[in-house]
Design a protein around this ligand. Structure first.
Ligand SMILES: [Cu+2]
Length: 472
């Protein structure tokens, strides 16, 4: 532990400005060329029988930086993991088998999931080694996660959530898309098939041999958690990956495409824009469709957030390069418009019916701030089992988030509307900015039980910026 004063000095020395949300970690090898490799799409998860899936977490090697290979830890040995492409109301049972050394917990981010399948950090599936986790519930090598999927169509994602080690384990590759579809969305006629692209954006740095570089205090991730002190504010990598490919390119027709944007980075925020110009038509947020499409020149996306957007490539001449760029730090990927195409897709002016916010029955404040050298909520680092709130099932509360730094705040189970800011639609993660107070109206539907609230900057999360609450 370093002192609060030392920690704040580090923050200031590292140029913690309004936009900076982590510390840059340099790579040990030359950066790969931009736009040199084609975008790839994760494979789709296939059921073993109707509604049943089996996924094995295991190490694998993949070529991320040309001429080298990287050991990843992946669901079915892939990074990103397989995409679950499922329908509302059709329950899925996913058996996770852990063939890694470390314990894991799989959280369906944005899922309305029974508490014992939510992927609580202390609800662990043990791998081939058994490190000490005082007080944890341990499952021997496998666990069945039950996902009723009684919720609106939305772009969800799943990722590791192990107590104290989420940052390094997600960084190694334990993340994938989880799409829920429904009739309401399908009737709209949005771009689909190969004109619907899930794009997982994350940043990584690399060692000279091509392996991932991460500043863990214990690279085995078995004994001691945490990162070197200079990275306590979050690890920012040098190479931007989309679906595991560095700065990829993708050929498109001059028609509308639907991009499901996910920021799966540990700490980095992106302000996305299109070059040489053009706007995004936002159709959805973390928790599904907006009431109406919204035109945005830029999209600021914090770790854990999703933006569902339409880009109309018909506005660019055939032969154009259209770069998805990040105004905060560089490029993300490039599209090349190769030919005209027939476009039967639509973006209706009304996407979904208004869903008014119920009258809140309680108000609570959560203060996200450094205390005694760790990231704390309301002055306290995470203490598993200490529940700080007991919202009633089926009610809405006003939760007020306060901070002096960037904290992408994520609520499990509850979905919320952000009050008094530009975000629209239902969300589960909100980018709380330095010296800002954000109020959300959060609704608790689905299940009673123990859930959690935490910062989705994964280094903050691992260094105690989490808290439990109970839906009663
Ligand atoms: Cu944070």
């Amino acid at each position: 532990m370093i002192s609060r004063r030392g920690f704040l000095a580090l923050l200031l020395a590292s140029g913690c400005g309004v936009e900076v949300s982590g510390e840059r970690l340099t790579s040990g090898l030359p950066l790969p060329p931009k736009f040199a490799r084609p975008l790839t799409l994760p494979k789709t998860a296939r059921p073993t029988s109707p509604g049943r899936y089996v996924v094995t977490q295991r190490p694998a090697r993949m070529e991320i930086i040309p001429g080298t290979t990287t050991e990843i830890w992946g669901y079915d040995g892939t990074f990103p993991g397989p995409t679950f492409d499922l329908r509302r109301g059709e329950q899925a049972v996913v058996t996770i088998r852990n063939d890694l050394t470390v314990p894991t917990s799989t959280h369906l981010h944005g899922g309305v999931t029974p508490a014992d399948s939510d992927g609580h950090p202390m609800d662990l599936v043990v791998g081939t080694v058994r490190p000490h986790h005082a007080g944890a519930t341990l499952h021997e090598r496998t666990k069945d996660y039950v996902y009723p999927l009684d919720q609106r169509a939305a772009t969800l994602w799943y990722h590791d959530h192990r107590m104290d080690f989420t940052g390094p384990q997600v960084y190694k590759g334990l993340a994938g898309f989880f799409l829920i579809r429904d009739d309401e969305e399908e009737k709209l006629g949005l771009p689909s098939g190969d004109r619907e692209l899930p794009l997982m954006i994350c940043d990584r740095s690399f060692e000279p041999d091509g392996s991932f570089r991460y500043p863990a205090l214990d690279p085995t991730l078995l004994l001691r958690h945490g990162v070197r002190p200079e990275f306590m504010e979050g690890v920012v990598g040098e190479v931007v990956l989309v679906n595991g490919v560095p700065w990829p390119h993708h050929e498109v027709e001059a028609v509308r495409y639907r991009l499901r944007l996910l920021n799966a980075s540990n700490a980095r925020r992106y302000r996305l824009a299109l070059r040489p110009g053009g706007a995004f038509t936002q159709i959805g947020s973390d928790q599904g469709l907006l009431e109406r499409p919204l035109t945005r020149d830029t999209i600021t996306i914090a770790p854990g957030e999703r933006y569902d957007v339409i880009v109309d490539f018909a506005r660019y001449p055939v032969g154009s390069h259209v770069t998805l760029t990040d105004l905060l730090s560089g490029d993300v990927m490039r599209f090349t418009v190769t030919r005209r195409g027939r476009d039967d897709s639509r973006v209706p002016a009304r996407l979904t019916n208004p869903q008014p916010v119920d009258n809140p029955v309680a108000r609570r404040t959560f203060d996200f701030r450094v205390r005694d050298g760790v990231w704390a909520i309301n002055g306290s680092p995470y203490l598993p089992g200490r529940s700080v709130a007991a919202p009633r099932l089926g009610t809405t509360e006003i939760w007020r988030f306060v901070s002096d730094f960037h904290h992408p705040v994520h609520v499990h189970l509850g979905r919320f509307r952000v009050l008094g800011r530009e975000e629209q639609g239902w969300k589960d993660t909100v980018d709380v900015r330095p010296y800002e107070t954000v109020e959300v109206a959060v609704r608790f539907d689905g299940y009673r039980g123990r859930y959690m609230l935490h910062c989705h900057n994964l280094e903050h999360e691992d260094m105690a910026m989490m808290t439990d609450f109970d839906v009663v």
